[in-house]
Write a protein that binds this ligand. Structure first.
Ligand code: FES
Length: 158
């Protein structure tokens, strides 16, 4: 077996590096051609009975909390899903899905800096007050979920 000439080997390495860069660019894209919506929407109105996900004692004013609740998808199947809660004042709880609008990783309440929601996959930050993407590669706001306070319980409507 003969080794390729240095010129051929250089061309091969150059082609390989270029192909690798193209794959990396595709992997970092959001995978969609539509522009994501980063305009905060109004919280949806609660419909149905709702699911108790926590209590006011566990969600003090000004704090954030990650919870799970069963959610029925478009295909009719129900499974546990992750949600993020924020309580801006005594009478309000805001809720969002924890699905990052960049590439779908789980967004958490634990940011390395500040009090925003955070996706560790590629470092996106989302405002708890409206779900808007404010830093990192995500360009779309988190999906809002209907939430309500009943007595001492916090309910989600999913
Ligand atoms: S999936 Fe990339 S920042 Fe969340």
């Amino acid at each position: 077996m003969s080794l390729p000439s240095s010129q051929t080997r250089r061309a091969f390495v150059g082609t390989t590096v270029a192909a690798g860069a193209a794959v990396a660019l595709v992997a970092c894209g959001d995978g969609s051609s539509a522009a994501p919506n980063n305009e905060p929407s109004a919280p949806p109105e609660p419909v149905g009975e709702g699911t108790v996900v926590t209590t006011l004692a566990e969600l003090a004013v000004g704090t954030r909390l990650a919870v799970t609740a069963p959610r029925t998808n478009a295909d009719g199947k129900t499974k546990d899903a992750g949600f993020l809660l924020f309580r801006p004042n005594e009478k309000t709880v805001l809720a969002y899905t924890n699905i990052c609008t960049h590439q779908g990783c789980a967004v958490t309440t634990k940011a390395p800096q500040g009090d925003d929601f955070y996706c560790a996959c590629h470092g996106s930050y989302f405002q708890p007050a409206d779900g808007k993407a404010v830093a990192g590669p995500a360009r779309g706001a988190l999906e809002r979920i209907a939430a309500a306070i009943k007595g001492q319980d916090v309910l989600l409507y999913v």
